[in-house]
Write a protein that binds this ligand. Structure first.
Ligand SMILES: Nc1ncnc2c1ncn2[C@@H]1O[C@H](COP(=O)(O)OP(=O)(O)OP(=O)(O)O)[C@@H](O)[C@H]1O
Ligand SMILES: [Mg+2]
Length: 105
């Protein structure tokens, strides 16, 4: 956010799931930055250390079957929207995907 602005988080029920948005009124992104924002290790931090946050979140969201989008305007701010599918699951039920993860296989 370039050291300025306020971050907010909201969530709402959407079609087939939930939408979580992280919004700020910080520095925003140029068109060029926005185009690369999900690229691993792409960062505009001055020490060059970064570029992990957005690709990691994109990976989590995709693994969950969701989608992520960014809207950003320089000097106006940024909104990152995560749309995650709702899953109806009985209490105690574990999917095969989860049991594989937990056993490390
Ligand atoms: N909320 C934001 N406002 C403005 N620019 C942003 C925002 N979030 C990300 N960016 C831009 O996208 C780039 C990549 O973001 P990403 O979160 O992947 O890495 P990072 O913030 O640089 O480092 P970190 O790995 O600590 O998150 C940032 O360096 C910045 O240029
Ligand atoms: Mg980041």
């Amino acid at each position: 956010m370039g050291g300025k602005g306020i971050v907010g988080i909201d969530a709402r029920l959407a079609q087939d799931g939930i939408e979580v948005r992280v919004l700020d009124d910080g520095v925003g992104m140029s068109r060029e930055t926005l185009a690369q924002a999900f690229d691993p290790f792409f960062t505009t931090k001055t020490d060059g250390l970064g570029g992990i946050g957005l690709p990691m979140v994109q990976r989590f969201v995709r693994d969950a079957g969701g989608t992520i989008t960014i809207e950003s305007e320089p000097d106006i701010g940024t909104t990152v929207a995560l749309r995650l599918p709702a899953v109806a699951r009985a209490a105690g039920e574990v999917t095969s995907e989860h049991s594989q993860d937990e056993s490390g296989r």
